[in-house]
Design a protein around this ligand. Structure first.
Ligand SMILES: Cc1ncc(COP(=O)(O)O)c(C=O)c1O
Length: 390
C-alpha cells in the first residue's frame, strides 16, 4: 500500500491520540528500518525503548515464531513453560522473589500500586494507602498510573482521578522525609525520569529514600519500564544506586517487541496477592515470554559492558557538537539539551534525513536499540549533528 493511501486510512480510522511523523515504517533489521516508499532510516528510538535487540533479531524472531506454532495462548488457568522460565530468570537476575506478568508498563504499575496497598492493608489495616511519587514523573495512562504521574498536564479532563497519591520534588530529600507520614505505604520512583526529560535521580536522594522506606516499612517501588532490560548499562537502573527495591515494574524492552509488563515482588511483599487479588487474560503469554527469554539470555554482563561503551562513545561525540548544552541520562538512554532550535525542529530534520529520534519535554531523547553497531551510531550522529548545528 502506498504511503498516501495508508495515511488516509489511518487518519480516517485510527483515534487521533498520536501525532505521527510523516513516515510509514514497513520493514526493519537491527538498527535500520525502511519505509513503505523505500526510504532508509537509522533508528535511535527503538520503538520508544522496546526493540532492545533491534528490529527482527533472528534469534528472537525464531523463538517467537516457533512458540506461535506450538502454543500461542492458553490462559492463566494452566501452567505454561515460557512464563515460568522467564519468571525464574528475572528472579535469578535480581534476587527478588516472585513475578506477575501483564501486558504494558501502565498495567505493571497498576499491579505494583495494588500490591503495595494490599501489603499495607494486611499488616496495618485500612487507611495506610498513600503512595508518594515524584513531580515530573511518568507512570502510564491508565487511571491509577495517571494519578501517580506527578505532572499537572496529565491531571486534566479525566476527573475523578484515583485518590491517595502525593507528589514531592525529585532529589529533595527533606521534602520527601516530611511528606511521608502514617498513611504512607509506598514510594514510587523512576531512577531516570524518561518522559519527564531524561532526568536522573541523585544517588544521595535515592539512598536516603531507600533508607527512609526501610525504617518506616514504606515499600520502595522502582518503575523500570523505560530504564530496565539493560537500557542504562545495568540490567535494572536501580543497580547503579546500590538499593534494593521492594517492588520493581518492567515492560518495554523486556519483551523485545511484543507487549509485556512485569511486577517483581521482593521478600516483604511476595505474598501480598492471593488467588483472585489480581490477574490478566494475556499476562504471561507464551509467545511474548519466549521473546522475553531471548532478551534476558542476550543481556549478559558482556552485553551490558557493550551498552556502557556505546554510551561513552556517543556521549563523547555529542559533547563536541555545536549547540549541545548538556547531556543527561545513562547507558543508551540519553537526553540532549540544545540551543539555537527546538528539540522538535531537530527531530523533524532528522526524520527528513533518515534518522529516527525522540524528544522528551524540551530535550532530544535517544533510545537506540542496545545492539546498534558503531557504524550505525556514526551514521546517525552525523545526521543528528547537522540537525542540531544547522
Ligand atoms: C517510566 C514509565 N512508566 C510507565 C510507562 C507506561 O508504559 P506503557 O506505555 O507500556 O503503558 C512508561 C511509558 O513511556 C514509562 O516511561
Amino acid at each position: 500500500m502506498d504511503k498516501a493511501k495508508l495515511q488516509e486510512l489511518d487518519n480516517q480510522y485510527i483515534a487521533h491520540v498520536y501525532s505521527r511523523e510523516d513516515v510509514a515504517v514497513a520493514t526493519g533489521k537491527g538498527a535500520v528500518c525502511h519505509s513503505a516508499d523505500g526510504k532508509r532510516y537509522i533508528d535511535f528510538s527503538s520503538g520508544i525503548g522496546v526493540n532492545s535487540l533491534g528490529f527482527c533479531d533472528p534469534e528472537w524472531t525464531r523463538a517467537v515464531s516457533r512458540q506461535a506454532g506450538v502454543l500461542q495462548h492458553t490462559s492463566n488457568l494452566y501452567y505454561t513453560e515460557p512464563c515460568a522460565l522467564l519468571a525464574e530468570k528475572l528472579v535469578a537476575r535480581t534476587g527478588l522473589k516472585k513475578v506477575f506478568f501483564g501486558n504494558s508498563g501502565a498495567e505493571a504499575n497498576e499491579g505494583a500500586i495494588k500490591a503495595a496497598r494490599k501489603y499495607s492493608f494486611d499488616k496495618y489495616g485500612a487507611g495506610r494507602h498513600e503512595i508518594i511519587t515524584l513531580l515530573n514523573s511518568f507512570h502510564g495512562r491508565t487511571m491509577a498510573a495517571l494519578s501517580a504521574t506527578g505532572q499537572e498536564d496529565f491531571h486534566e479532563f479525566f476527573h475523578p482521578f484515583s485518590e491517595g497519591f502525593k507528589y514531592v520534588a525529585a532529589n529533595e530529600t527533606d521534602a520527601l522525609l516530611n511528606a511521608a507520614g502514617d498513611k504512607t505505604c509506598a514510594l514510587m520512583i523512576e531512577m531516570i525520569q524518561g518522559e519527564g526529560g531524561v532526568v536522573p535521580l541523585t544517588r544521595d536522594f535515592v539512598r536516603a529514600a531507600a533508607k527512609m522506606c526501610a525504617e518506616r516499612d514504606i515499600l520502595l517501588i522502582v518503575d523500570e519500564v523505560q530504564t530496565g532490560a539493560g537500557r542504562t548499562g545495568k540490567f535494572f537502573a536501580y543497580e547503579h544506586f546500590g538499593v534494593n527495591p521492594d517492588l520493581v515494574t518492567a515492560a518495554k524492552g523486556l519483551g523485545g517487541g511484543l507487549p509485556i509488563g512485569a511486577v517483581l515482588f521482593g521478600e516483604k511483599c511476595e505474598n501480598a496477592f492471593g488467588a483472585g487479588d489480581h490477574g490478566s487474560t494475556f499476562g504471561g503469554n507464551p509467545v511474548v515470554c519466549a521473546g522475553g527469554l531471548v532478551v534476558m539470555d542476550r543481556i549478559d554482563e558482556a552485553f551490558l559492558r557493550g551498552v556502557r561503551e556505546k554510551s561513552e562513545y556517543m556521549t563523547g561525540r555529542l559533547k563536541l557538537m555545536k549547540n549541545v548544552v548538556r547531556i543527561s541520562g545513562m547507558g543508551l538512554m540519553l537526553g540532549i539539551e540544545i540551543e539555537g532550535k527546538t528539540a522538535h525542529e531537530a527531530l523533524r530534520y532528522c526524520v527528513e534525513n533518515g534518522l529516527l529520534i525522540l524528544s522528551a519535554k524540551d530535550k532530544i531523547r535517544l533510545l537506540p536499540p542496545l545492539v546498534i553497531s558503531r557504524e550505525e551510531i556514526d551514521e546517525g550522529l552525523e545526521i543528528l549533528e547537522q540537525a542540531i548545528a544547522g
